[in-house]
Design a protein around this ligand. Structure first.
Ligand code: HAM
Length: 430
């Protein structure tokens, strides 16, 4: 028999105070996504394992998925990301859907990772994706949505950074400059993707082993560049670099100034085809990315339908919570219960219950204490649960139909008429 009260490794229990924070985070995600016209969609946690084999990339499928065989012999995976599901759904109704599509979802995802700060085995991830637009304006919109979400949480621009790169530019560097084979390019890309998780020395060493001293130096020089102007002459005119230039300029012109070119942003998934980006906290205590996304124009057509361009991002609840805690941006906990009715004596339970029902019909959330404990203990419960208003129902209240309403925060109490209770609570007391 299991006796531990701990949740499964790398997952969290959400007690009401945690659920409050999660709901707050989701509400901001929803509000900003909907303000741009994105519609919410959803799907099952379970997917056919084959969905990830061709689409997500080897690391995630071989090392990070929870996969099992169901009773019918089918291989099933707990979704490790939402993008393949979204692409499957778009492909499934390719003919019926009216493009361009703006979709968002907040699924829980499962990855078999080593639990650590910012990385768990189950997390919730806002996915915002725009389907059916080739233009770089779509990439810009997606990055703007991410920026606006950070602003809606109260983040200051100087506390987070948007790092942008282009998969096509990296492909040029790996294939045309370094002349690497497809396999070698892929290995190198994976290595760069793990850069932030490795010791700097080790990273350089591996690059040198992979490329040889001379090529490694050329490559490391490129990786260290942080503005497009600093790229070698021949590269500045590449269409992929021009595209980056446009994205950076357009977004800066819109007031997004914490955006930078960063050739080390590669992204782990194989499906990206163009602009890719990640958002990071500048404070090194939160070293994991807050957002990651980019353009993926070939994913929908893998389902055998006409191609549909896609661009979007994922943003996790774990890293944003760490961020909001670091910068003290989380709201104070407030229960949804507004009023606690303490009841003095068993014979008044029915009356208190009726009073509660009436108040609920007026839109007040009321909790009734049927414990028959001394009134002091009942009030203490309301206090510990942070319920803002308390009324004690005793003989006198029953007789007079007048009630002592206590505002818990200030400790102020006033005798009020039955008819005034609802409005007083709605207005925050006296
Ligand atoms: P991703 O970079 O794997 O992208 O994840 C996006 C974000 O989800 C990360 O920046 C992080 O906030 C959060 N996240 C990822 N893994 C974990 C984890 N193990 N624990 C906690 N948080 C995590 C994707 O998943 C892409 N499918 C996103 C996308 C959507 N691209 C285009 N559309």
């Amino acid at each position: 028999m299991q006796r531990s009260t701990e949740p499964y490794k790398g997952t969290r229990d959400f007690y009401p105070e945690d659920t409050f924070i999660r709901n707050y985070i989701f509400s901001v995600m929803r509000k900003v996504s909907e303000s741009y016209g994105y519609l919410e969609y959803d799907a099952s946690i379970l997917e056919d394992s084959a969905l990830y084999k061709a689409k997500s990339g080897e690391e995630i499928v071989n090392e990070q998925t929870y996969t099992f065989v169901d009773r019918g012999g089918r291989e099933v995976t707990l979704r490790p990301e939402m993008t393949p599901t979204a692409a499957r759904m778009v492909a499934g109704k390719r003919k019926e859907l009216a493009f361009p599509l703006r979709w968002y979802s907040i699924p829980n995802l499962f990855r078999y990772e080593r639990p650590q700060r910012g990385r768990l085995r189950e997390h919730w991830q806002l996915n915002v994706d725009l389907f059916g637009v080739d233009s770089v304006s779509a990439d810009e919109e997606i990055i703007s949505v991410a920026f606006d979400i950070m602003k809606a949480f109260g983040a200051h621009d100087e506390h987070f950074r948007i790092r942008v790169n282009n998969r096509r530019f990296m492909k040029y560097v790996l294939n045309d400059v370094l002349k690497l084979s497809e396999t070698r390019s892929r290995q190198l890309a994976k290595l760069i993707d793990r850069k932030d998780k490795m010791e700097e020395e080790k990273f350089y060493e591996e690059i040198k082993t992979m490329l040889g001293e001379e090529t490694a130096d050329t490559f490391l020089e490129i990786l260290m560049i942080d503005t497009l102007d600093a790229l070698p002459r021949g590269m500045i005119d590449l269409p992929s670099v021009q595209e980056l230039n446009m994205v950076l300029n357009d977004l800066r012109a819109r007031g997004i100034e914490n955006i930078v070119f960063d050739p080390t942003v590669i992204r782990g998934f194989d499906y990206y085809t163009g602009i890719v980006f990640e958002i990071f906290d500048v404070n090194p205590v939160n070293s994991r990315s807050l957002f990651g996304g980019g353009r993926y124009d070939d994913l929908v057509s893998l389902f055998g339908v006409e191609p549909v361009a896609g661009v979007g991002f994922g943003m996790g609840d774990v890293t944003i919570r760490d961020y909001l805690e670091t910068y003290r941006l989380l709201p104070d906990y407030q229960p949804t219960t507004q009023l606690y009715l303490c009841v003095i004596g068993h014979e008044l339970h029915a009356y208190a219950s009726k009073l509660a029902s009436e108040l609920r019909r007026e839109g007040i959330n009321v909790s009734v204490d049927y414990s028959n404990r001394p009134v002091g203990s009942q009030v203490k419960t309301a206090d510990r649960q942070k319920i803002p208003f308390v009324i004690c129902v005793g003989e006198e209240e029953y007789e007079t139909k007048r009630f002592r309403l206590r505002v818990m925060k200030s400790g102020v109490e006033k005798v009020v008429e039955r008819a005034d209770i609802g409005a007083l609570i709605r207005n925050g007391g006296f």
